[in-house]
Design a protein around this ligand. Sequence first.
Ligand code: IPM
Ligand code: MG
Length: 368
Amino acid sequence: MANPSLLILAGDGIGPEVMGQVVRIIDWFGEKRSLAFDVEHDLVGGAAYDKHGTPLHDDTMAKALAADAVLLGAVGGPKYDALDFSVKPERGLLRLRKEMDLFSNLRPAQCFDALADFSSLKKDIVAGLDIMIVRELTSGVYFGEPRGIFEEGNERVGINTQRYTESEIDRVARSAFELARRRNNKVCSMEKANVMESGILWREVVQKVHDEDYPDVELTHMYADNGAMQLVRAPKQFDVIVTDNLFGDILSDCAAMLTGSLGMLPSASLGAPNADGRPKALYEPVHGSAPDIAGQGKANPIACILSFAMALRYSFDQGEEAARLEKAVEQVLADGARTADLMGPEDGTPISTSEMGDAILAALDASL
Ligand code: IPM
Ligand code: MG
């Protein structure tokens, strides 16, 4: 049988350096676990713009649609700030999400014991935290029409549209309930039904999906602003949170920071299953391109490495190997390995991106 295929789009900023460590880990699984992948590399974001004048070439889009999974680093940087909106690096990522129809974005926020002290919140509030944010990723205000900047009388008006169909809400709600059943069986749905009609519909549909097909899962609803407050007040009350594209963008950054660093948080963006049962899938760290530290070997590769662990679990049905990789990460953190993002100014010398990769590979070897 052919090896499963991976398309790697390292992108911009720290993307290439953190992805470099992921490639070493992929090779390790090929050599030591007979889990080989056919890996291809291509460009996305500013890197693609520099070469092709577009943040995502049509050939790359076609490769992404054909691959068994896509691994993405990060896109964007100040170099591209002045570009026209239509060719900004972010448009490349948004096109991938839209054309692969990756409607369900899983963003786990898990606090590693070794890092509980590093959160900006008190240790007892975050220790043991394990929540999953399911963010709708292909609709809402990110894609709704009309959109644009228009003339209106003697001034301009900027317009974006929040728009959700019942089927779009239905399918992401289902993915949240399915996940909850494999976790602690609780879903909290967040919207602003107090001020938005799209929020009223969201609440109704989520409740209906629940009542018809998932009555065994505990469902609550919360206004998204209260959700933001509860996330920093008492985050452990949550198991799975399901929310729309924009609220999910904001709430997931908030949840991520509870864990001590954005450099730790992976994500999976999943579509409907293909004929082979595998969902269309793209895996990427939640952190951005961090242009301020790019190219200096300071970046934390863990979020990107844990994104590959999610690929093992959600695309390749290798839950045990995913757990092996996650345990290796936990082990090196427990042993005190720290990149700069995981240290205060007085905490000594951080290790580099590749030294973190070395440590994780050593922990993987030790797991055999
Ligand atoms: C994210 C990012 C993206 C988003 C940007 C880079 C387009 O913030 O994945 O959370 O807003 O969705
Ligand atoms: Mg974001």
